[in-house]
Design a protein around this ligand. Structure first.
Ligand code: NAD
Length: 369
């Protein structure tokens, strides 16, 4: 298979973790006989510093012409500490989602057994948890009208949803549920928000097309509690942009760390794959970032955009075997981790690439030269 991938490292640890994600994709191409070509583009603070724009036209053009995108993160303390700055890194991300029509963010919450004890939740509550989030990406308070009035003393961000935005992602969630445990939990705040009432109404209408899938509704406050209390009770979770943003960070604790969670943003055109974490400037440049979320994002890219199921599974198996051998980055290490098994970002990438070779050998998929 011949494919063109754009690497969009962005800021902070985005640079470090996408380097490892790319190495894994290169190794997959090598082992399974594919030809992946790579290009790079700028976004975020890096792009603002170079061009004044958070997503320069040159980047957008490259993104529109490729087969898949592996993205790192955007963000810089300069903007976090100064809300008055008008040009901001996250505008690049929002513009990219809009321009590429990426309306659904899929976040699988996968718990590797080896990390049962890395989570702050009790292992007996966690074991077996397997959740797939569908977070809507193009509506909600992020894109509604926003502003200030009363001499700047009143601020507002309108929460807006249009019916078609709910319809299209709801279909995706129900279709995914059919391939899993056949249950969708739709999360909203329909007791107080009109946009949530539209959300609920439309999810119910879509559910009529999927009589084999059970639908339940939860208010976001209850869902936040149940995620920690009974994580195994969820299969597919369908929710809006803001609630999804918050709940998936919370759910990252099921997986042990932000550094373990991958995501896919899909919609009308090319797919974008990224860790759920941000640019983590507190650990940037120290080799402390966990690259597994970026590596698992590469696995999602293989599975969803290229439909290379076996290759995607090989990446997941390589990550699992690396963890089984006791290797950890600092964020997922615990008291029982031997100091020589605590690895830097690049060394963790090395271990996964090594394991990939072994997994592919076991699959007898090595091209015979
Ligand atoms: P963050 O996700 O960057 O970091 C939160 C905490 O988790 C930090 O302590 C960090 O060290 C740790 N962490 C995150 N990823 C890790 C990894 N791979 N390995 C080990 N530890 C990891 O969130 P934040 O601190 O709230 O935000 C930092 C910046 O990132 C801000 O500028 C924010 O706007 C931006 N941000 C960007 C995105 C994105 O690009 N998609 C998402 C969230 C935040």
């Amino acid at each position: 298979m011949e494919k063109k991938i754009v690497i969009l490292p962005g800021d902070g640890i985005g640079q470090e973790v996408t380097t490892e994600g790319r190495r894994v994709l290169e190794k997959i191409a090598d082992l399974f006989g594919h030809r992946f070509s790579f290009d790079a583009a700028q976004i975020g603070h890096e792009a603002i510093a170079a061009t004044g724009q958070p997503l320069p036209d040159a980047s957008l053009e490259k993104l529109k012409r490729c087969d898949a995108i592996l993205f790192g993160a955007v963000g810089h303390p300069r903007y976090d500490n100064d809300p008055t700055l008008k040009v901001r890194p996250e505008q690049g991300l929002l513009k990219m989602r809009k321009e590429l029509g990426l309306y659904a963010n899929l976040r699988p919450i996968r718990l590797f057994d080896e990390l049962l004890h890395a989570s702050s939740i009790k292992p007996e509550i966690l074991k077996g948890a397997d959740i797939l989030f569908f977070r809507e990406l193009t509506g909600d308070v992020y894109f509604g009208e926003k502003g200030r009035k009363d001499q700047g003393n009143t601020a507002y961000d309108l929460m807006v949803y249009q019916r078609y935005e709910v319809t299209r992602i709801a279909h995706m969630a129900f279709q995914a549920a059919r391939t899993r445990r056949k249950k969708v939990t739709s999360v909203d705040k329909a007791n107080v928000l009109e946009s949530s009432r539209l959300w609920r109404e439309e999810v119910q209408a879509v559910s009529q097309h999927y009589p084999d899938v059970a639908l339940e509704h939860q208010f976001v406050d209850a869902a936040a509690m149940k995620l920690i209390q009974q994580p195994r009770s969820f299969d597919v979770v369908l929710t809006g942009n803001l609630f999804g943003d918050i709940l998936t960070d919370e759910a990252s604790q099921i997986a042990g760390s932000m550094g373990m969670l991958a995501s896919a943003s899909v919609g009308d055109t090319v797919g974008l794959y990224e860790p759920i974490h941000g640019s983590a400037h507190d650990i940037t440049g120290q080799g402390m970032a966990n690259p597994l979320a970026s590596i698992l994002s590469a696995a999602l890219l293989l599975q969803i955009s290229f439909e290379l199921k076996q290759e995607a599974e090989a990446v997941i198996a390589a990550v699992e075997r690396t963890l089984q051998q006791g290797y950890r980055t600092r964020d997922i290490a615990d008291g029982g981790t031997a100091p020589d098994k605590i690895l830097t970002t690049a060394r963790m990438g090395d271990r996964v690439v090594e394991q990939l070779e072994q997994v592919a050998n076991a699959l007898e998929k090595l091209p015979r030269a």
